[in-house]
Design a binder for this molecule. Structure first.
Ligand code: ADP
Ligand code: TRP
Length: 499
């Protein structure tokens, strides 16, 4: 490591070390450090005909093999196997750095679009933060165009093609109010789907909330808050089935069954559990509800046999585990009982940044912008928002890309020409942060005014709300019970001994 740092500094390459628990997979490191995948790169060691080359590409892009072959003038280009890698580089898999002993290093030009990028530095317990402009200083390196943006699942296309006809999603009432990250990342896409496809099911996952809320009044307050927020934001109970998890006992029943189609090892690799450990929790005292959370979530999903599950990026791993469980179940009984649901995650808003400008917006991090709080609260949240740290005076040219205030403007502000004008003036150094934020506060008021009125309406018509949930639970139970019976039959729990 020391040696590596010395080599870098001789080349004039700056390196900042970020420490983390021992991790091999990039996704785990990024999650721990709470960095987006677009600001990380991997150094791939490849064999091009007879020569070894390193290829640096951003982790949200994929290599285009045809272009890579052309650039190298090689017929065959392939990744080294783990053994070949470890023998040649002398480092464990996952620890490649930017000065590996190869003939040349190709850097995809997309890496340079970011100012700072995270990458390997020869260790599994450190990652390096590099300035992308320094990467040009790697000996025998060349910037080339050899990667493509990863194709995202185009949700609208899947809907149009009829691949997605039925969806399900839930939200945990771990707090009593939704924030704009929840809204743009999860709720809005869910409500849009309700307009497009025939069967949408959304529920408030109150049993999931027990992992963090163990106070009956608080649970009630949270469930009520989230139900009102959903209705206020435009959920139409005529168009989708809206219910509360604990009203449908089949969720808990299927969870007991599904626990048998997943291994302890796989469960131990789940983020929510690993995050707790990484934050210093003692393995002995981990709440089993938290450990089992992904099993209940898989049951929530599989009961309704959805084609897709619209959620934010942080839920992807849970859906992948659900697919594994469903596949394992189907294989065990030789029957396609459960279709494998697709994660429906929007690249653009699946991970909205918080007002600290660094981590994902999340209620537990205190970096949110609310929707229904008093305006005085929302104003404070917006006014304290991080902008461009390099800009000291309003007359300095500012950075718009990646600036949270402008990310929020793009989402919230319906006056697009105002947004464009603010961006131009910000870049030129002719508008101050305060004015940009004031305009955001105004835009927030315009954007959510109707929702706030609707919320007031429902709050004073709680009978209607209760009725919506009763009706929702009835419809949900009908479907859920049918699936549970089918499952019981397939596994042999329903047979001629039952009544
Ligand atoms: P929080 O992190 O505030 O506790 P939850 O975990 O309750 O939020 O998430 C509820 C839903 O909102 C999930 O589908 C999640 O993926 C989505 N979500 C949460 N935070 C964000 C965010 N910052 N950007 C996009 N989606 C988010
Ligand atoms: N885990 C999700 C969250 O934290 C909530 C959830 C529970 C969910 N069960 C689900 C989401 C099933 C989609 C499908 O918000």
């Amino acid at each position: 490591m020391k040696n590596y740092q010395q080599q870098l500094s001789k080349l004039g390459i700056e390196l900042e070390l970020l420490e983390h628990p021992e991790m091999v997979e990039v996704v785990d490191v990024l999650r721990y450090l709470d960095k987006p995948i677009s600001e990380s790169f991997s150094t791939l060691i490849m064999k091009a005909d007879k020569q070894y080359v390193a290829v640096i590409r951003r982790d949200d892009t994929k290599l285009n093999n045809d272009r890579l072959r052309k650039v190298l003038g090689a017929e065959r280009v392939e990744m080294l196997s783990i053994d070949e890698f470890e023998e040649l580089i002398g480092l464990p898999r996952g620890a490649a750095h930017i000065l590996c002993p190869v003939e040349k290093t190709l850097i995809d030009k997309r890496v340079l679009e970011k100012t700072e990028v995270l990458g390997g530095c020869g260790s599994l317990i450190y990652s390096g933060k590099y300035l992308s402009k320094d990467l040009n200083k790697i000996p025998n390196s060349e910037v080339v165009d050899i990667a493509d943006e990863k194709e995202e699942i185009e949700i609208t296309k899947l809907v149009k093609d009829g691949v997605i006809k039925r969806v399900l999603s839930g939200i945990t009432p771990s707090g009593s109010a939704l924030h704009i990250g929840n809204y743009y990342g999860a709720v809005k896409p869910q409500l849009e789907l309700a307009e497009l496809i025939p069967e949408t099911n959304y529920f408030v996952a109150d049993l999931h909330a027990l992992t963090t809320v163990q106070n009956a009044e608080q649970i009630e307050e949270n469930v009520t808050g989230v139900v009102l927020d959903y209705l206020a934001l435009g959920l139409d109970p005529e168009k989708c089935v809206f219910f509360r998890q604990s009203d449908v006992p089949e969720h808990s029943q299927l969870a007991v069954v599904m626990a048998n189609y997943i291994s302890y090892g796989q469960m131990k690799r789940m983020h929510a559990y690993k995050d707790k450990l990484a934050k210093g929790a003692n393995e002995e005292s981990i709440n089993m509800g938290l450990f089992n959370y992904p099993i209940l979530m898989a049951a929530d999903i599989l009961l309704y046999k959805p084609d897709g599950v619209p959620v934010g990026e942080d839920q992807r791993q849970h859906i992948e585990l659900t697919r594994d469980m469903a596949e394992n179940f189907n294989r065990t009984y030789g029957k396609e009982v459960f279709p494998l649901p697709l994660p429906l995650i929007r690249e653009d808003v699946g991970r909205l940044v918080g007002t600290d400008g660094e981590r994902k917006m999340s209620k537990s991090l205190g970096n949110t912008i609310g929707i229904f709080e008093d305006y005085s609260v929302i104003e404070k949240q917006i006014m304290k928002c991080f902008t461009d740290p390099k800009r000291l005076k309003a007359t300095d040219p500012g950075r718009v890309e990646g600036n949270p205030v402008f990310i929020y403007h793009d989402l919230i502000n319906d006056d697009k020409s105002e947004v464009e004008e603010l961006k131009t003036r910000y870049r030129a150094g002719t508008v101050g942060d305060v004015e940009v934020k004031r305009k955001l506060i105004e835009a927030h008021k315009r954007c959510f005014l109707q929702a706030r009125e609707r919320r007031d309406y429902y709050e004073s018509h709680m009978d209607e709300v209760r009725e919506i949930l009763v009706e929702g639970a009835k419809k949900a139970r009908k479907y859920a019970n049918k699936t549970l019976r089918e499952v019981y039959e397939v596994i042999g729990e329903r047979n001629k001994l039952n009544t």
